[in-house]
Design a protein around this ligand. Structure first.
Ligand code: ZN
Length: 502
């Protein structure tokens, strides 16, 4: 087959596979927002049928033949072009999927499903020993997967690579160590400060209908396109790209707390604006797909933290918030900003503030590494968790449910996933710093309610690229610097230095 013909076949094949996957996304959205409980069993059958089709298509030997026929044809012509990137990424995905024996893939899927079910049952009972055998099995299988896939450095790299292409333990460890020592230092100064915010000023009545209207207006002003999206309520907020022109977000509402829904919406809108900025023309190919979990998270965290928690943002939105929520009329701007930016070491990662959040991620990263390296076994995992919690944050969980069992990830075998949360924060800070140096004083823009220059910058430098460049290269190209922890550390020191006077 000539290269051009092989490429066209691959493109059509992958677009159709992506259409099937987008059907699963729609089913998943429906399951989380609309589906009656009685539909559960049938929905599982639907997912299984689609997953089987998708797996067959992704591992189809014809894909391998067509990739071989493409050879280096596109690389020689235009190494950084759309076709070259698509072939490179199709090959990467095909290599991974075909290196994992079918038996192992089936065993992993079953162990993940069993593990999650077991976690849901054992966590409320604080039953670590009841959960542990499931985790042991998942670690065993994922080690097997790492050996099957192969790695240059160590087994953990093979797992990491699934979520963040090209990322390695050797690159992450020094980056995270720098970050940890800087954050620990900042946290120490904050703890020693006499200044304290008063978060009780936020605890008040926020009618759900008003929250919905306010959140919608905020998302729209930031640039989330409602003609290609919608917001619904769910227990666990998420964003999902059904396809071009249809990127949905969900949130949850708490009548006593505005932050939960609002910052959740801003976070998910950040993910969704990335998805809305992906190329429609290249849908179904890597050039029209998001590049990695870390880059995806950089988009959500940039809007949530660097925009949504900034002084300029609240200078614009607090007067509007006071119209929606009379309880905020007596709350001053400086007190409000300090309260929403309170730093307080806490047990639960997903509730952590901007300063301590990365310490939660690094704790999991270090434990996962030790588990994969065989330096730690699950019998000693809760003890190791508590020790690190004490070392990093100075607090200790009262039980397993609020400690080692708090996140769903390990129960589904998602090992190597957590580092992408911190990479997201590092990338967000570096991108924001680069955008700010081009756009001028961002706080002044935000104060005017003008968020489009920032969104446009992200569209051009990140969104439009899809997966044409590997994650680190994309960030390097957008910012002109090798990714590191510098921008995040500078940003945190400046912001919290001012707030806490340290
Ligand atoms: Zn996210």
């Amino acid at each position: 087959m000539p290269p051009k013909e092989a490429y066209d076949w691959l493109r059509a094949h992958h677009v159709e596979t992506s259409l099937l996957e987008s059907m699963a996304s729609l089913l998943h959205w429906d399951q989380s927002t609309m589906m009656p409980a009685g539909g559960h069993r049938h929905r599982s059958d639907q997912f299984a049928a689609l997953a089987k089709l998708v797996h067959e298509r992704r591992s189809n030997p014809q894909v391998g033949e067509a990739l071989a026929a493409c050879g280096g044809h596109w690389d020689e012509r235009e190494p950084t072009g759309v076709q070259a990137a698509n072939v490179r990424e199709w090959k990467r995905a095909f290599d991974r999927v075909t290196k994992i024996p079918t038996d192992l893939a089936v065993a992993l899927a079953r162990a993940a499903s069993d593990g999650e079910t077991a976690w849901k049952r054992t966590r409320p009972e604080n039953d670590w020993e009841g959960f542990r055998p499931y985790l042991d099995e998942l670690i065993r299988l994922r080690r097997e997967e790492a050996e099957a896939v192969g790695y240059a450095g160590e087994p953990y790299d093979a797992l990491l690579d699934e979520y963040e292409a090209g990322e390695t333990t050797a690159a992450l460890e020094p980056m995270f160590q720098d970050l940890r020592s800087e954050i620990t230092d900042l946290l120490g100064r904050i703890k020693g400060s006499a200044r304290r915010p008063d978060p009780s000023i936020l605890d008040n009545d926020y009618p759900i209908a008003a929250q919905k209207a306010f959140c919608r207006q905020v998302a729209e002003t930031l640039g989330y396109d409602f003609s290609a999206g919608r917001i619904d309520a769910t227990a666990h907020p998420f964003s999902t790209r059904i396809g071009p022109g249809d990127v949905r977000i969900t949130t949850r509402y708490n009548e006593r707390n505005l932050s939960e829904a609002l910052f959740g919406v801003i976070h998910e809108a950040g993910h969704a604006m990335y998805s809305q900025g992906l190329s429609t023309e290249h849908f179904g190919t890597p050039s029209g797909a998001s590049v990695s979990l870390g880059v995806h998270e950089s988009q959500s965290r940039l809007w949530e933290n660097l925009v949504g928690h900034s002084a300029g943002f609240w200078r614009h939105f607090l007067p509007l918030a006071r119209e929606f929520f009379p309880c905020l009329r007596g709350v001053g701007e400086i007190d409000f900003l300090f309260a929403v930016n309170e730093v307080n070491p806490s047990l639960i990662r997903v509730e952590a503030d901007e300063v301590t959040y990365n310490l939660h991620v690094m704790l999991r990263f270090e434990l996962e590494l030790a588990l994969l390296r065989g330096q730690l076994n699950t019998a000693d995992l809760p003890g190791a968790w508590n020790e690190k919690m004490h070392e990093f944050l100075g607090i200790s969980p009262p039980d397993f449910a609020l400690g080692v069992m708090q996140d769903v990830h390990w129960s589904a075998g998602l090992i190597g996933y957590f580092p992408t949360y911190s990479l997201g924060n590092l990338y967000a800070a570096q991108l924001f710093e680069a955008a700010s140096s081009e756009l001028g004083e961002t706080d002044a823009l935000f104060e005017q309610g003008d968020f489009s220059p920032l969104l446009d910058w992200l569209r051009v430098n990140i969104h439009a690229w899809g997966s044409r460049l590997p994650p680190r290269e994309l960030v390097r190209q957008a910012t002109g610097r090798e990714p590191d922890s510098g921008a995040l550390v500078r940003g945190l020191n400046k912001k919290y230095g001012e707030l806490y006077g340290v």
